[in-house]
Design a protein around this ligand. Structure first.
Ligand SMILES: *Cc1c(COP(=O)(O)O)cnc(C)c1O
Length: 351
């Protein structure tokens, strides 16, 4: 069975080799304050720069999940309140976590087909951080880099935090446009769940120092203090970090993955356009995701396609939350090979 679920998603085919190597190389028993671990951390950070184009002066931190990053940002970086612009379930969850810590945090909810109209955005001074879910996995929409650039230009004094959980390592991100970027590894990195990534600009680090929040196990100041010596604030997911290191080493530079995924998405879109009664969940090309495709149709048709897909060996991702009965999702993630994607396209073209 091949899964096209957008998280947890298909892992890279090389995973079993990586796992055997991890055991053989003895890294799994290495102390996280020892040389081998520190070296692996440093090398992984360098690979994030080399392969994903993370800027030289940004820092890579390891957390447990994207969800944990939601809390860390409100707890340790936001000074007065955060302002969220979102269209789907993950963006909505982020707002809830933020408001639990800082009740004054607010949100602007837009439709999946609606582009953020930056010229009309009014974000008062009391909001010092703008939160954007760049790739909304639940409804298959995305915010292009050009829009984040406009937001940065309009609000140069505010921090910007970007959720790229289901796009980092799949599309080329311009990290210079925002101060806080995060993801977790069970989506475009093609790895088993259990590791979150958090990348911070010097400005974000400065903001954390100004706020001076400390004392919690995941207080950012504590994490940064450890990261300065390539250590972590608790015994980390060493296996997850090792696997991330291997995936980064073996992957081409991100611009090549980006163009391949875009090409595959075009093929998928054409395939859906040629079906009799399936439609794209997001009509607006400008807000449509590159890494997660949403397909909609009548409830009976969606049920039938999912069932017949299973019989053909393909597990489609279910629709998320309220969209569950009338949609399915397809992960266009790099661990899925072109051959596998072509197989799915062939299957879907009969509808
Ligand atoms: C999957 C996902 C999350 C949650 O990730 P966890 O690692 O489970 O915390 C958050 N945001 C988006 C956009 C996601 O796709």
């Amino acid at each position: 069975m091949l899964t096209f679920a957008p998280g947890p998603s298909k892992v890279y085919d090389a995973l079993s080799d990586y796992l055997q190597d991890a055991v053989r190389e003895g890294i799994l028993s290495a102390n996280h304050r020892s040389g081998p671990f520190m070296q692996m951390y440093q090398e992984t950070e360098a690979l994030m720069r080399q392969k994903l184009h993370m800027p030289e002066d940004y820092v890579l931190l390891f957390t447990s999940s994207a969800t944990e990053n939601w809390e860390i940002i409100s707890q340790s970086i936001v000074e007065s309140a955060s302002f969220h612009i979102y269209s789907g379930s993950f963006g909505g969850k982020w707002v809830k976590f933020a408001q639990h810590i800082i009740p004054e945090s607010k949100a602007l909810k837009i439709a999946a087909n609606e582009a953020i109209q930056v010229s009309l955005l009014d974000i008062p001074e009391q909001f010092d951080l703008i939160a954007i879910t760049q790739n909304e996995t639940s409804n298959a929409s995305q915010v292009p880099m050009s829009v984040i650039a406009e937001i940065k230009e309009k609000f140069p004094e505010k921090m910007i935090a970007v959720d790229t959980t289901s796009s980092m390592a799949g599309i080329e991100l311009d990290f210079s446009l925002a101060d806080i970027w995060y993801a977790s590894v069970q989506k475009c990195f093609g790895l088993p769940a259990g590791l979150g990534l958090l990348m911070l600009s010097p400005k974000a680090i400065e903001k954390c120092e100004q706020k001076g929040e400390e004392g919690r196990y995941n207080s950012l100041s504590f994490m940064l203090e450890n990261a300065r010596g390539y250590q972590t604030h608790y015994t980390p997911n060493v296996l997850g970090i090792y696997l991330l290191n291997r995936v980064l080493k073996d992957m081409p530079e991100i611009q090549h993955i980006d163009s391949n995924l875009r090409e595959r998405m075009n093929k998928l879109e054409n395939c859906i356009a040629n079906t009799t009664s399936l439609r794209m969940l997001v009509d607006n090309e400008a807000t449509r995701s590159t890494t997660v495709m949403g397909v909609t149709g009548s409830e009976s048709l969606i049920t039938k396609v999912k069932k017949e897909a299973l019989e053909a060996g393909f597990q489609l991702g279910s629709g998320y939350g309220p969209l569950k009965p009338t949609s399915f999702r397809i992960a266009n993630f790099p661990a899925i090979t072109d051959y596998e994607m072509n197989g799915l396209i062939e299957f879907l073209s009969k509808y």
